[in-house]
Design a protein around this ligand. Sequence first.
Ligand SMILES: [Zn+2]
Length: 199
Amino acid sequence: MYAFHRSQCPAYLTDCWERLGRHYETRKRRNQRYRFKWFSEFRYPTTKQKLYEMTQGHCAFCDGGSLGAESRMTLEHFKPKSRKQFYRLAYQWENLYPCCDTCQAQKRDGYDAALLVGDQPGYVFDDYFIVNYITGGLEPNPLVASENQHRADVTIATYGLNLDVRKISRKRELRYYRHRDASVEFIDDFRYRYFLNDA
Ligand SMILES: [Zn+2]
């Protein structure tokens, strides 16, 4: 998980997110099967684009990016819109994250207050994780407080950050990164930037 700064909520969303959230909550409480939808006021394509600009086009959780056939870019409700206590946050800017469909499929409706997010104030990768260049895996940093290690564990498990396919993919990306043309290719052009940073 790579740190990023959240930009300000777009004005069109400031004006409508609470009302849309209340509308969703009312419908959902009346009928559990009510299907969530993006209203035109929400400006789905623009909002999605603004979210991806915050992370230079990367998934906010695994830091995959520009995945094309390998994965699809989606919007993630960090606090799940399927849970009663979060119905009202369904359109809240701060609850929306750019996220690949692999991370979405792993997390589903899961939520834990210990989960880490890259735009959390003061978040630094090394305060929670270390990378294993042999396996391609992420591990809790053994030198930090046990609470931090717990948060790293929960985050790795929830988003499936150590799926075999991801470990393989990180090691492959590292090879590409080491052979890059540094005059035209920069770290933001690559996936799993936390893995490449100190390589
Ligand atoms: Zn992802």
